[in-house]
Ligand binder design. Structure first.
Ligand SMILES: O=C(COP(=O)(O)O)[C@H](O)[C@H](O)COP(=O)(O)O
Length: 322
């Protein structure tokens, strides 16, 4: 099937990580579906439906770990099943509206997480973060704009160095930020007396485990050692309905060249991009619907997807109840 160039280029940008971070990936997917719907020419309602489903599959196939991607696609494409459409224009409009509502929801959620999470930040805090998360940045920037004064330690996040993005974003806000090698986490936690760790999420499972950038679980272990609160910031569309029925989360394995640009004969490379932090190491999860303990993830999922575990139903978007 042929897709509009803008759509394939968004899919390629997600694959190659020009667009990255679970929230941004989800929004980009919704945007791609909107563009696909707008560009569809001629044909019948059935053809439109098949073409939209194929576009959804193309987007979902780009990266496997962040559940925000299938959740966004399923949310937008759920309108295809809601009723019988009599014209392409009618169904096109429904898809575009759903995509728009996802994007708006996602932006509002980030704002809300900022407001809710900022209540946890105190002047004098020394906060450690890993990778680059817009949800975490939203909390830090909101707290800073409220006049709270704290400093941040950002890990480099090898091999893709997303910590550079975090450091730059925070520095631009005037927040004191120090970039540290990933391997320095334990040393910095102890010597700088870190008061909080805040990280984002790619997926939250039904048992409250959090899948995030590789290295997150080591940081959680270290935080436990020093009794430092370990906080996760995430939109609720990163809760995985698939894990309710026991589906494991696939951990993306990225190219060896990211770790070792020039091959060394006889040396094997592993490059898993994410890891799972067990719920026992997580103190709280800050969502746009409030703060929950990780053990309440299943309850949250029940609320979000209470029809069928496989049916994406977005939080907070008012629609037909049932
Ligand atoms: O692990 C990553 C990004 O990994 P990658 O760079 O491989 O996509 C981020 O911590 C989460 O996606 C949360 O980010 P956000 O809060 O922005 O959704």
């Amino acid at each position: 099937m042929e897709f509009p160039e803008e759509v394939t280029s968004i899919a390629e940008d997600i694959k190659t990580m020009k667009i990255r971070g679970a929230g941004r990936i989800a929004k980009a997917a919704a945007r791609a579906l909107m563009i696909a719907a707008e560009r569809f020419q001629g044909g019948s309602v059935d053809e439109f439906v098949n073409y939209m489903r194929a576009t959804g599959e193309l987007l979902i196939s780009t990266r496997p770990t962040a559940v925000s991607l299938p959740n966004a696609v399923n949310y937008v494409l759920r309108v295809l099943e809601e009723r019988r459409y009599t014209s392409v224009e009618e169904v096109r409009k429904a898809v575009i509206e759903a995509a728009r509502s996802f994007i708006e929801y996602s932006e509002q959620a980030l704002k809300k997480i900022g407001e809710i999470g900022a209540r946890l930040i105190k002047t004098g805090d020394r906060i450690l973060t890993h990778c680059n998360s817009k949800a975490v940045e939203s909390i830090l920037i909101t707290a800073w704009r409220q006049g709270k004064r704290f400093e941040v330690y950002a890990t480099e996040t090898r091999p893709r160095y997303q910590g550079h993005i975090t450091s730059m974003d925070l520095a631009m806000e005037g927040i004191p930020v120090t970039l540290i090698p990933d391997a320095a986490v334990l040393q910095v936690m102890e010597s700088k007396r870190i008061t909080k760790v805040i990280v984002g999420a790619d997926t939250v499972t039904a048992n409250g485990a959090v899948i995030n950038k590789i290295g997150t679980s080591q940081i959680a272990l270290a935080a436990r050692l020093f009794r430092i609160p370990f906080i996760v910031a995430t939109e609720t569309y990163k809760f995985s309905p698939y894990t309710v029925v026991g589906q494991p989360v696939e951990i993306e394995e990225r190219p060896a060249e990211e770790v070792l640009p020039a091959h060394i004969p006889g040396v094997k490379v592993r490059n898993p991009a994410f890891d799972a932090t067990p719920p026992d190491y997580i103190d709280m999860i800050v969502t746009e619907r409030g703060i929950i303990p990780p053990k309440s993830a299943a309850l949250m999922l029940w609320e979000l997807f209470h029809r069928k575990p496989s049916e994406s139903r977005l939080p907070g978007v008012e629609e037909d109840s049932g």
